[in-house]
Design a protein around this ligand. Structure first.
Ligand code: F6R
Length: 256
């Protein structure tokens, strides 16, 4: 496994908040400022528990008239293979429920990798092409798996990877089984933006909350850049910020 020497931990990349609400308001403010300055901004979005409070705040601010999402374009990180957009556990359904149905983004401006396709290779290529023709992602939101994954780039994912079909790690299936009736119902594969796809975004914001994420955050921020911890590739990005609560910051080296 190729890895580079341990860089010094860059505290400027970390913002530690007392609670999820404060952190989420900070992130929502950043998005609203961007969309105010560039109404046609291209946003990269994530699913899972972590961004829900950001989406709630975006909806609140949209209803208050603070922001207009009618010209934005969005690209989501990933989708489960085998789940159609109508499936209640699909990430497409998640995005409609938690954000899209409550704001004025037109449906045809939103892009989520297709979980059902005859040919995932060309589906993935098309997704990459759409990102390029949109002008590239201005601002990408990320969560992190307990195992350091970003999108569904599990440990072992190469830094050069593009959008592709992947196998989910056992720990990811286990962690995400909370959204399904049983672990057996969790799809074993997903289609995900690759690490190289993610790193092309002009700005990256990775959010993590809770003690279960502490080791992954320490590895991502202060460990070597290595496929063993896919989020560590963010160290190579010139404009990436980790936004965490105190519990998720707890394993960071204190001397740094
Ligand atoms: C979701 C995604 C995943 C999640 C990660 C954390 O689109 O790409 O990488 O961000 O699994 O999930 P939560 O937020 O549920 O802890």
């Amino acid at each position: 496994m190729n890895s580079t020497p341990r860089p010094s931990f860059d505290a400027k990349r970390m913002l530690v908040f007392d609670d999820i609400q404060q952190a989420s308001h900070h992130v929502a403010d950043e998005i609203i400022q961007l969309v105010g300055a560039k109404p046609s901004a291209v946003l990269g979005l994530a699913t899972g528990s972590t961004p829900i409070a950001v989406y709630e705040e975006l909806i609140r601010r949209y209803r208050a008239g603070d922001v207009d999402f009618s010209k934005i374009t969005t690209f989501n990180l990933d989708e489960y293979v085998g789940l159609s957009p109508e499936h209640p556990q699909s990430f497409a359904a998640f995005m409609r429920t938690h954000l899209f149905d409550a704001i004025d983004v037109p449906d045809h401006h939103t892009h989520i990798p297709a979980g059902v396709a005859n040919d995932f290779l060309s589906t993935a290529e098309l997704f990459e092409k759409k990102i390029q023709t949109s002008g590239g992602i201005d601002w990408q939101l990320l969560g992190i798996g307990d195992n350091g994954h970003i999108g569904f780039n599990e440990p072992g994912s190469p830094g050069e990877s593009g959008t592709r079909l992947v196998e989910l790690a056992d720990e990811t299936i286990e962690a995400n089984s909370r959204f399904f009736d049983s672990p057996d119902d969790v799809p074993r594969q997903a289609i995900t933006m690759g690490i190289a796809t993610i790193l092309k975004a002009k700005r990256l914001v990775l959010m993590a909350f809770g003690a279960a994420k502490a080791q992954a955050i320490a590895d991502a921020v202060a460990g070597p850049v290595t496929p063993d911890c896919p989020a560590s590739f963010l160290q190579r990005h010139p404009n990436a910020t980790f936004i965490v609560d105190r519990a998720a910051a707890a394993a960071l080296p204190t001397e740094a």
